[in-house]
Design a protein around this ligand. Structure first.
Ligand SMILES: *[C@@H]1O[C@H](CO)[C@@H](O)[C@H](O)[C@H]1NC(C)=O
Ligand SMILES: *[C@@H]1O[C@H](CO)[C@@H](O)[C@H](O)[C@H]1NC(C)=O
Length: 322
């Protein structure tokens, strides 16, 4: 009896030792994204439904979480900001492009973009939404000193508090705001469609919400294989988002806490992936945005070669072969 126990313990110890010496198999994929945004919901759907070769788990985060997670979803603005100091980050897939909107109150005397001169305009400092607002107004000849930028919180489901976008617009504390959906749609509803004017220009600025991985993960054969399968699964998810949205409205809506009728209204502002990574449009867009961010962040703009390296189309190309 005693002897038997001893040998069992010995066996267990040997097994533990063996496990600690052998390379550990990598289980699962960890996927970071902001779980409160529409843009991240295809990742949620993929983790739960279409990624089948392995287990994918959600971590609330973004591209800044890379390194401790395997892949991450985030706007190109955050991607670029991280890439400045993490040249090993790679943009491997475009999940969705969103033409942000800016809603303005007619009662404040706004009919055209140039009427925004001298007005109070809400957005989120340091975000893709700020890039949008500044690019849109710059296109109308207005520089940041021509208007007052107001920061606050985004509300995506009514009832919205007073200190939010759209609460501030409703209470006339601001004259307009530009941010991601569904907040803008709620702003339109708060004032009434006939009392607002809505501006959008996707060629000046659109959010390019993308998937990122590190160069190291992509060089590790086991990890890369999982990521390639993940991209394939994500691409299947987006086919559903694009062509059969009725299938996902309710899970997207409950996942991020927005109402289905509001979600349906903003759905068409979302152009679900894939988008070409190689036709030069994305690269030119990133070069232009990086020049803007470099100026705002008081740093050197990155070179075309560096930004070309940031985009890695090889994962998608491998996914096409599956
Ligand atoms: C969008 O911006 C571009 C570049 O400034 C301009 O040529 C175009 O007319 C704008 N489109 C709309 C709908 O305002
Ligand atoms: C992704 O989806 C598009 C549109 O459905 C399809 O043409 C393409 O082949 C798919 N790519 C991959 C890697 O499966």
């Amino acid at each position: 009896m005693r002897k038997d126990l001893c040998s069992r313990l010995g066996l267990a110890a040997a097994a533990t030792l063996l496990l600690s010496i052998l390379p550990q198999p990598v289980f699962g994929l960890e996927v970071a994204y902001n779980t409160a945004w529409i843009e991240g919901t295809p990742l949620d759907y993929t983790n739960k439904n279409t990624y089948k070769i392995d287990k994918a788990t959600t971590v609330n985060g973004g591209v800044a979480t890379l390194g401790s997670v395997d892949i991450a979803g985030n706007a190109e603005t955050q991607g670029l900001k991280q890439y400045v100091s993490h040249k090993n980050y790679r943009l491997i897939y475009v999940i969705v492009e969103v033409g942000y909107r800016l809603v303005a109150s007619k009662a404040a005397g706004i009919k055209t973009l140039t009427d925004l001169k001298g007005k109070r305009i809400g957005t989120i400092a340091g975000s893709s939404a700020e890039v949008f607002v500044r690019s849109l107004l710059n296109g109308a000849g207005l520089s940041p000193s021509d208007y007052t930028q107001v920061s606050s919180n985004v509300c995506m489901r009514s009832p919205c508090g007073a200190a939010t976008f759209p609460g501030l617009l409703k209470d006339k504390k601001i004259d307009a705001f530009g941010v991601w959906e569904t907040a803008v749609e709620l702003g339109i509803e708060a004032l009434g469609e006939s009392n607002v004017v809505v501006f959008q220009n996707a060629s000046l600025y659109r959010e390019i919400y993308s998937l990122y991985a590190t160069e190291q993960s992509l060089k590790d054969a086991t990890k890369r294989n999982k990521i390639v399968h993940y991209v394939k699964a994500l691409n299947q998810t987006l086919d559903i988002f694009r062509n059969q949205p009725e299938k996902v409205y309710s899970t997207v809506s409950s996942g991020i806490g927005v109402d289905v009728p509001v979600l349906k209204k903003v759905w068409d502002d979302h152009r679900w992936g894939p988008t070409s990574l190689t036709d030069g449009v994305l690269l030119d867009f990133l070069i232009r945005e990086d020049r803007y961010l470099a100026k705002a962040d008081k740093r050197q703009a990155m070179s075309r070669e560096d930004l070309q390296k940031f985009i890695d189309p090889s994962v998608y190309e491998d996914a096409l072969k599956l």
